[in-house]
Design a protein around this ligand. Structure first.
Ligand SMILES: [Zn+2]
Length: 111
């Protein structure tokens, strides 16, 4: 399964609820991230990436919801910091339950 995080619609995507492969447009997609503003711990500076798709299939319309914990990198020099979410640390698909989003780990061992 392709990652659903920080994509630019439209893109092709297979719904984990109904199994249909569909084109997801901006009206059916949301993704963003927030810096986790705590003192950096053993993982360093981190951000929480969140993404959601409402299935465009009119007979499904179920929500897919996923989050990713990622390294956080900020670039200063603007009026306020602009952050980009870096390397993935962990990811979870919350809805539908029991699925994973592995494609972002390009060097992960295949299984
Ligand atoms: Zn669906």
């Amino acid at each position: 399964m392709d990652t659903i995080h920080l994509r630019t619609p439209p893109f092709e995507w297979t719904c984990g609820h109904c199994g249909q492969t569909l084109k997801v447009d901006a009206e059916h997609y949301h993704s963003g991230f927030r810096h986790i503003a705590v003192e950096p711990g053993e993982l360093g500076d981190t951000a929480l990436v969140h993404s959601a798709i409402c299935c465009p299939n009119s007979k499904c319309r179920k929500l897919t919801l996923a989050i990713r914990l990622a390294e956080y990198k900020s670039s200063l020099g603007h009026a306020y910091p602009i952050g980009t979410a870096g390397e993935e640390i962990e990811n979870w698909i919350l809805m539908p339950a029991g699925q994973t989003d592995r494609s972002v780990k390009k060097d992960a061992k295949s299984d």
